[in-house]
Design a protein around this ligand. Sequence first.
Ligand SMILES: Nc1ncnc2c1ncn2[C@@H]1O[C@H](COP(=O)(O)OP(=O)(O)OP(=O)(O)O)[C@@H](O)[C@H]1O
Length: 671
Amino acid sequence: MREEVESLDTADVAASWVSAEVVRAGVQERIKALADLSHAPLFFGRLDYEDALAEGPPADGSRGGAVRQHGPGGEAHRFYIGRRHVHDREGDPMVIDWRAPVSQPFYRATRRDPQQVRLRRRFGYTHGDLTAYEDEHLTDTTEADRSSALLQREIERPRVGPMRDIVATIQPEQDEIVRAAVEGTVCVQGAPGTGKTAVGLHRVAYLLYAHRERLARTGTLVIGPNESFLHYIEQVLPALGELAVRQTTADRLVAHFPVRGADDAPTATLKGDARMAEVLRRALLSHVTTPTEPCVVVRGSRRWRVPAYELAEITEQLRERGIRYGAAREALPQRIAHAVLIRMEQAGEAPDDRVQDAVARNPAVKATVKEVWPAVDPARLVLRLLSDADFLAEQAAGILDDQEQKTLLWARPARGVKSAKWSAADLVLIDEAMDLVARTPSLGHVVLDEAQDLSPMQYRAVGRRCSTGSATVLGDIAQGTTPWATGSWQEALRHLGKPDAAVEELTQGFRVPREVIAYASRLLPAIAPELEEATSVREAPGDFAVRAVPAGELDAAVVAACREALGREGSIGLIAADTRVDRLATALAEAGMPYLDPGRETSEAARLTLVPASLAKGLEYDHVVLDEPAAVVDAEPDDRTGLRRLYVALTRAVSGLTVVHASPLPEALSD
Ligand SMILES: Nc1ncnc2c1ncn2[C@@H]1O[C@H](COP(=O)(O)OP(=O)(O)OP(=O)(O)O)[C@@H](O)[C@H]1O
């Protein structure tokens, strides 16, 4: 198919140079999307529908339908399922895209509800060669249910390199989220390793397939916790043929200025509080004044006077309409001009639209607008709130108490927006102020991963980027490691502007071995008492060891544990408190053990990554060596956050975990 696209002659298809370029760019994109994936086989499944299906499976109105009449080998009811749609030279489909409606039963059909599927076949590959298959005769009542050995093999395989797609083994409860309707926002709570990230990425791929035109116009975005994480997941969507999905972090989303300052936890928490939105709104509207002077427009020999009371009425109407500050500011001169035009008509003139535009641009009208509804720079507004105690007191009265106002004020007021030492939380405030002035354009769909860590103001920032679209919100309350981490999804969704979103839960763990998840879950009563322990679908027991060593021997013991782990297959993550990373880096270097930073891709040749605990979220390694849990806990501003950070670190392991400690373990983990 790629060759077919490559051979397309685009020379004469377009009328103009511009449209020819557009067609050419489209063809290039398609060639890239069809690029061969050395490790990804063309198909991974087959469905044989019951004969009755010659009439076609349930009406779906999309591409799946065409295939039924022209199946390979002339069989109308057999479908091979793969990552891409593939057709033969005659244009007859050979492999159906996993996202087509006709592929859905591959993921959802059961013996109880076979969905007209007679046979489901899964194919297994080893290094690209077809080496196994597995059949389920869904309508055969005598056949016993068996768990899939191929699924098991996929889950248990050693991990190296970036995250991979899971199209061949998406589970029914995951598939329901992946294929949920585009109009609705879905929120997924799930314990570590339940596939939230995987589901979110496959959902965008699905939505792009099902609503390609709409989403190509409006755009899609994936938001992750940090750059290492984005690097880890960046190949999943291209592998599924989707190249146009932008990926970013919540911080980068609002990076209107460089971050050069930092807030302590209470200040950042307060700046992230949703009440700040009201303070900002008030502060902005405080610039609107009630006119006291008339507006006098001179045109030729005539003077037209709009009295102050009428200007006040116009201003009040605009205020009440609740439109953006900037939009109202643009509407005001037209409204004043309209008032002038009415007077002209009353005087027997017949002004047209051009006259209204000219009046709106009249210096007297401009001067009135400047006075009554002045232009406001959003960053300057935030700067003033954080620097000017009187202004803040006025705008925050009844919203923030005196102590909170003191917390917000900079010790040393900044001189200008360029030189100000903006913190990450300040930029979110600026983003809010920008939206109050001019509406932020909405995308079609946003996937927000590790959402539990966002502040209410950050949820608002994400929410305005999907205000007319929808979102997939993924997270785990137990992994919230910011002091402002959300306590409830309902609350988070309210701040996001999607209060009616459904909250789904994923409970089957695909990553962490049973013994390790049980150990980590001992922290749950302290960090998220309302959550249940996750299950593990991994059958392999995993290696798990906790080693206590004398203080002077900690570094050496950690290095030894890494060396041991390197004796096995797969990637190794040495996770340590950020404060311990430099020391361990030196110890590894002295031991002659090369290591990578998180975000750099592991490979067979470089399998060890030294991971600061603050960057471990969302990542996974075959074997994790966890250095000094007490230091991980102590690095955080409070105990709960510390224990949550530890929970994240403990749950990165796919097949083995070695905890090495010299200081006592947190109570819940000591026997
Ligand atoms: N249906 C599946 N089949 C095979 N592997 C799966 C499936 N679902 C998830 N996985 C694998 O399980 C691992 C964990 O998935 P993922 O990172 O999406 O979980 P998560 O819930 O986002 O975890 P965390 O909360 O720790 O970030 C990944 O390696 C993923 O590929």
